[in-house]
Design a binder for this molecule. Structure first.
Ligand SMILES: [Zn+2]
Length: 322
């Protein structure tokens, strides 16, 4: 229904009917509309910021609980990082040193932590510092754990290789102590028993009865098992890793060329074949293309006293059997 408007005319002291234009009517509506929006806004602000509803209260409580949970979580991650740091140190300074591996470079352990742009969507939160910081630490923890796992896989692989290598290295005497007569002679310059001149003795002699069992001193493959001039019946074992051993003057060879043997396996019987002046085993250890002093390769057999005794015997001025 259309409203009728009157205006008071003070000169004539009467009310006069006025007819507002369409424009005036429109502007009047606009003003009323704006006023309602303003009033509504004011009430909304009062309601929102001053009077809080039970739901808002609940959310505030929940938010503060979440914050304290986040702080606890952050401290736990700190603890985990510390423990992991200890493990990394032990890995680099003990396990990898023992296995002669290089430490894992810091660059690799820290890889992938450049910049914080991946946390950009968290930055507008009211507790951005706490949340971003904790997220960064959790990411760091998982990345470091991954690197550590890889390093330990490598360590396990290396120790397996090391175990194999230790099983192959010559590490015992070729003749058991119980069968050994005290007259053994060592490596180095000795009086030649046949030519009676000073000559270099390339191995160690173990005096024992003919028929005494001779043992492989480490795992390996027989690469020579027959007569050789000077050596008589000779067995040569290739242990891999550049190591070889020779067992000479044997009365009987019990293995064949190409045969795999393990440490302590009986490979021959002692004798006095070849250039020899009495029953004994002439034992040589080769590293690469050079013979070395076998005295350093009995570490599995001898305790400290026995080792001293063996050095005494090896250094003796007694008889070389060659
Ligand atoms: Zn000898």
């Amino acid at each position: 229904m259309r409203k009728i408007y009157y205006q008071y005319d003070p000169n004539r002291r009467v009310y006069r009917r006025v007819f507002p234009t369409l424009g005036q009517r429109f502007m009047s509506w606009v003003w009323r509309f704006l006023l309602s929006v303003l009033l509504g806004g004011i009430f909304f602000i009062i309601y929102w910021f001053i009077i809080s509803t039970p739901q808002v209260e609940d959310l505030l409580v929940e938010n503060s609980r979440l914050q304290s949970q986040y702080r606890v979580l952050s401290r736990k991650v700190d603890d985990a990082l510390l423990v992991l740091h200890d493990i990394e140190e032990r890995d680099d300074n003990l396990y990898r040193v023992l296995l002669e591996a290089d430490p894992v470079p810091d660059v690799a352990r820290q890889a992938g932590f450049n910049g914080t742009n991946r946390y950009a969507e968290l930055m507008d939160m009211s507790n951005a510092d706490l949340v971003v910081n904790t997220s960064q630490k959790v990411d760091m923890l998982s990345k470091k754990l991954y690197m550590q796992t890889r390093s330990f896989n490598e360590v396990v692989e290396l120790s397996r290789e090391q175990e194999e290598k230790l099983a192959c290295l010559p590490a015992i005497q070729p003749v058991s102590n119980k069968d050994l007569k005290r007259t053994a002679s060592g490596y180095g310059y000795r009086n030649d028993p046949i030519y009676h001149v000073r000559r270099f003795h390339h191995g160690m002699d173990f005096a024992c009865d003919t028929g005494t069992p001779v043992y492989a001193t480490g795992n390996g493959k027989v690469v020579y098992a027959k007569w050789k001039s000077g050596y008589g019946n000779l067995v040569e074992i290739d242990h891999g890793y550049g190591y070889k051993t020779r067992y000479a003057h044997l009365s009987k060879i019990l293995v064949k060329e190409g045969q795999k043997v393990v440490r302590s396996e009986e490979i021959a019987l002692a004798g006095s074949t070849g250039k020899s002046t009495g029953p004994h085993v002439h034992y040589e250890v080769w590293v690469g293309n050079k013979d070395v002093n076998p005295i350093n390769y009995y570490f599995m057999d001898l305790d400290a006293d026995q080792y001293e005794e063996m050095i005494g015997i090896a250094e003796n001025h007694g008889k070389v059997f060659d």
